[in-house]
Ligand binder design. Sequence first.
Ligand SMILES: NC(=O)c1ccc[n+]([C@@H]2O[C@H](COP(=O)([O-])OP(=O)(O)OC[C@H]3O[C@@H](n4cnc5c(N)ncnc54)[C@H](OP(=O)(O)O)[C@@H]3O)[C@@H](O)[C@H]2O)c1
Length: 493
Amino acid sequence: MDDIIDFSSDLVIFGALGDLARRKLFPALYQLERSGLLPGKSRILALARRQGTTAEVRTQLAKDLRQAIPADELSDESLAALLARVEYHRLDFKEASDFAAVAQWRGGSDNALIVYLATPPDLYGVIARNLRTAGCCNQQTRVVVEKPIGHDLESSRGINDQLADVFNEDQLFRIDHYLGKETVQNLIALRFANNLFSSQWDQNHISHVEITVAESVGIEGRWGYFDQAGQVRDMIQNHLLQLLCLIAMDPPADLSADSIRDEKVKVLKALRPITPDILETHLVRGQYSAGTSSGRAVPGYLEEEGANRCSTTETFVALKVEIENWRWVGVPFYIRTGKRLPEKLSQIVIHFKPAPHYIFDPDQKHLAHNKLIIRLQPDEGMTLQILTKDQGLDKGMRLRQGPLELTFSEAFANDRIPDAYERLLWEVMKGNQYLFVRRDEVECAWRWVDGIIANWKGRGAPLKRYAAGTWGPVASIALITRDGRSWYEDTGY
Ligand SMILES: NC(=O)c1ccc[n+]([C@@H]2O[C@H](COP(=O)([O-])OP(=O)(O)OC[C@H]3O[C@@H](n4cnc5c(N)ncnc54)[C@H](OP(=O)(O)O)[C@@H]3O)[C@@H](O)[C@H]2O)c1
């Protein structure tokens, strides 16, 4: 645990009564309070559009938190301490004169100012300018922004330019909440603290990599928003590319934010464009039709509430990604993500190459490679599949594949796994940017994704149907079996 220095902050949450703030930010702040990580002088200014007094908002937040926090983690004392820090103001974020209330609340405070923009991205620029006009910002101000940063390269540049007009890059904390997950950070420890793995982490030893981010839910009332984006923009551009970067990047010189982010950018720049000639073999787009989820019948994407029956937006995508550099030449990264898949699962599988010369039973040759399975959710942890001899006199030198298991919740049973937002907020308070996405990362990711979208629009990548509750269109199985491989859940070993 970090030394507790005084990181007292004035946290101003724009959009404090929205879904993100109520479901994620306040529960995370509660946990920081409970852990003693919110320094005594810290204050929270909650801002939204609707009428309400501080007392009413505190009552609402208390109700939310009592529902969201597990009973054994709920302490009346911590709850009261957190709520005592909260003040509510009604503000129109587009109205410059309203921002005098923020300046007044700040008064002569010498706490660092942290501005959390939990609002639609089209408000980021106007809020930044209004804060400046009200005299609220200085060089120490930190600004946290949520994804999506735009819906393509051009719009992301527009948003980044507006923010850059008021703040320096070292003041901007762009959230990709996957980077706050314990296991994602553990990727850095696993790769760079264990020579066992770092010495094997390249095309000489790894045959291919799978990354799966599966959701069992459908659209959950967000049809209009989602249909404008689709799975490539909503998930690949940010979460999956971030995971891919952490798996593929070269060792950073140190753990500083820029060393890590420099290495991630190099990976993004080395991604092979998905050009029209390889579209068919490297991309599968899917959309779910009616099926079953957790044993109950569920509608298809086009039958969801508010749906436009003609939509061709993808709810599933699988890609074969190639990284054109020395470390990864010839090692495909098969990545896929979708809605209404059989389970909620985020997992990376590293497939190692077999030993150079095989001397065991020929019929077991298909078993003879190690796999490292990294689970981000559920049951965060890692499993290394290794080969041992099967036990028993009659077994001879038959091989058996078995797991070396590290399930964090069991291995570190007394340590609660913090939610991503707890860690991210804590790092913002400390001013550490290494878990946040730099402007050039966002823009490199958009450049690659824009290329894919432009090519499929030009060439017409067909949309394949899949029944809700299955692992996506049959074509996504063909995407990997064409290379003589299969998705992890299909191999059974
Ligand atoms: N929700 C999530 O799980 C999630 C996940 C990842 C990223 N994000 C991103 O986080 C941001 C917030 O998402 P959200 O789901 O929390 O949105 P939301 O539920 O629509 O909340 C938006 C908040 O902004 C306030 N607001 C909007 N326009 C305003 C204005 N002109 N003046 C004053 N207040 C205004 C709303 O105030 P009122 O309540 O008073 O109307 C509300 O508190 C978005 O950029 C989203 O893409 C959300």
